[in-house]
Design a protein around this ligand. Structure first.
Ligand SMILES: Cc1cc2nc3c(=O)[nH]c(=O)nc-3n(C[C@H](O)[C@H](O)[C@H](O)COP(=O)(O)OP(=O)(O)OC[C@H]3O[C@@H](n4cnc5c(N)ncnc54)[C@H](O)[C@@H]3O)c2cc1C
Length: 485
């Protein structure tokens, strides 16, 4: 009998857990540790933050799903990993602080044979003074944030209806922040809703980004095939913003927000500030901040995690110059090289290098996006690792049969504005692979047969269906495992 422990029940962890349960017989234990009983599908938070969806439509009840599937659930937050035990106990374990109402604060050790770290990002609002829903800006990163953002947006609409002008600033709240796609989608939705209400003469909307060129999206931009032409995502993105009446500032590293203004440094060293009435800015992401100790109690955190708190896996972390990086440096199996029974999936794994060229202002401020690890690759990686772990358990040794390198997989990003089957439009960007491979595709870095950009209703429908497909799968409804993921 083997015991697999999954830390985090977001997109990647929950996917890994339900597939593990599907692949493994009931004699093996699958345990999930997550701080909250409810989990969520963050891509649909955009719809919550424009009032088109209720939170209840983007959340799923872990306790209920796990009870049905015979997965053990521990409501708690992992604090530290002890991959060699602790001297008195040989078995590896994770120290967990319980967060459920009845046992809040209690600490327990959960032992494991295999550990999957799927703790996602920590939203590091504190890295930018004044940033975040507790301070001056709004966020769409969780459904709770999205609800609060929608409330504030309605207030702004009311003010405009009463003749007051409103300045909206939407974008990235830190020089190294990623998740441009989510912020961009929100900007378009806000512009759409303003126009739908006939309030456009009362609104100024600004896209504020750390990208060198618009359309970078943390993946170095892309050349896409569109309507028979090859064009760059810069041209497509600028065109869309212009169409929605949104101005932009690029190459900006936001470092401070106060009640009236947002302050930033530009890549050329110049300083800037903009006034705002409503701001939604995505924070920098860090790892969950787990510690690690060897059997003697020595701190080995740096062996398992990089400086940002993301877990080291089977990637090349040698730190060679950006120009020398190759697609093959990206991880394929996601196991920690020092402890082969520990894996990291989704945002929790440490990328070997930025995909967008790293850049700094003369003062040393990083102003370039960190690599995104979006929902689609996160769930594919979760499923792939679950499959390899299940095979390893069955064979009694480490079996690495399936790979899920971001340099070998594609992803689709659908930015939809307007909600409904026949209203609004969506810009759909598909890239293959996510991480450019200039050895295989010397001209463009990607395969242009699958790297496409389209604007229209089809992407809208795709996004809507994808939401329902995802919710069907994560709720493990009838024959969920037969559906594509
Ligand atoms: C507004 C928004 C829109 C997005 N839109 C898209 C999109 O259109 N397409 C797309 O592909 N991607 C999109 N994404 C990105 C996508 O949501 C993420 O890539 C995905 O959620 C990452 O999955 P994950 O499992 O790594 O992390 P998460 O889904 O964040 O899950 C991490 C889990 O770990 C838990 N956790 C944290 N710390 C601990 C701990 N110490 N112990 C135990 N558990 C812990 C958290 O509570 C959480 O449940 C969007 C993201 C946002 C915020």
């Amino acid at each position: 009998m083997a015991k697999v422990v999954v830390l985090g029940a977001g997109i990647s962890g929950h996917t890994a857990a339900i597939y593990l349960r599907h692949y493994l017989s009931r004699k093996h234990q699958v345990v999930v540790i997550n701080p909250t009983r409810l989990s969520q599908f963050p891509p649909s938070n955009i719809w919550v933050a424009i009032g088109k969806m209720k939170s209840k439509h983007v959340i799923f009840d872990l306790e209920k799903i796990y009870r049905k599937n015979k997965i053990e659930f521990v409501q708690g937050r992992a604090l530290s990993i002890h991959p060699e035990g602790d001297g008195s106990e040989d078995r590896p374990f994770v120290m967990v602080e319980l967060t459920g109402e009845d046992k809040q604060g209690e600490k327990i050790n959960v032992d494991y044979d295999y550990l999957i770290n799927a703790t996602g990002p920590r939203l590091a609002f504190e890295l930018t003074e004044g940033l975040g829903p507790d301070k001056y800006t709004y966020s769409v990163c969780t459904y709770e944030h999205a609800e609060q953002t929608w409330k504030a947006l309605q207030e702004a609409f009311e003010k405009m209806k009463n003749g007051q002008k409103q300045k909206f600033v939407i974008g990235l709240g830190h020089g190294s922040a990623t998740c441009q796609g989510a912020a961009f989608e929100y900007a378009l939705n806000v512009a759409y809703e303003i126009r739908r209400r006939g309030l456009q003469d009362k609104a100024e909307i600004l896209w504020l980004s750390n990208e060198y060129e618009l359309g970078d999206f943390g993946m170095g931009g892309a050349f896409v095939r569109r309507a028979g032409y090859i064009t760059s995502t810069k041209v497509v993105t600028e065109g869309i913003l212009a169409e929605y009446g949104i101005r932009w500032i690029k190459r900006a590293g936001v470092y401070k927000v106060d009640e009236r203004k947002i302050y930033f440094e530009k890549l050329d060293g110049s300083m800037g500030e903009v006034e705002y009435d409503f701001a939604m800015l995505i924070p920098a992401f860090k790892g969950a901040g787990l510690k690690a100790y060897d059997k003697n109690g020595n701190d080995i955190t740096s062996k398992l995690f990089n400086a940002g708190g993301f877990m080291k896996v089977d990637a090349d972390y040698s730190g060679k110059p950006y120009e020398e990086w190759k697609a093959s440096d990206w991880p394929k199996y996601y196991f920690n090289p020092d402890y082969n029974n520990i894996f990291a999936v989704g945002i929790a794994f440490a990328p070997p290098h930025p995909i967008s060229k790293p850049m700094k202002s003369p003062s040393g401020r990083v102003i370039s996006p960190a690599p995104p690890r979006t929902g689609m690759p996160s769930s594919v990686i979760g499923k792939t690792v679950a499959s390899n772990v299940a095979k390893s358990i069955k064979k009694g040794k480490l079996v690495l049969e399936h790979t899920a390198s971001m340099a070998e997989m594609g992803a689709a990003c659908v930015v939809s504005a307007g909600y409904g089957f026949f209203t609004g439009a969506a810009a759909t960007l598909t890239v293959f692979p996510i991480v450019q491979d200039y050895e295989k595709y010397p001209e463009w870095g990607r395969n242009l047969s699958y790297t496409l950009g389209e604007v229209g209703l089809a992407g809208h429908w795709f996004k809507y269906m994808f939401h329902h497909l995802f919710m069907y799968i994560v709720n493990t409804r009838l024959l969920w495992w037969a559906l594509p993921l």
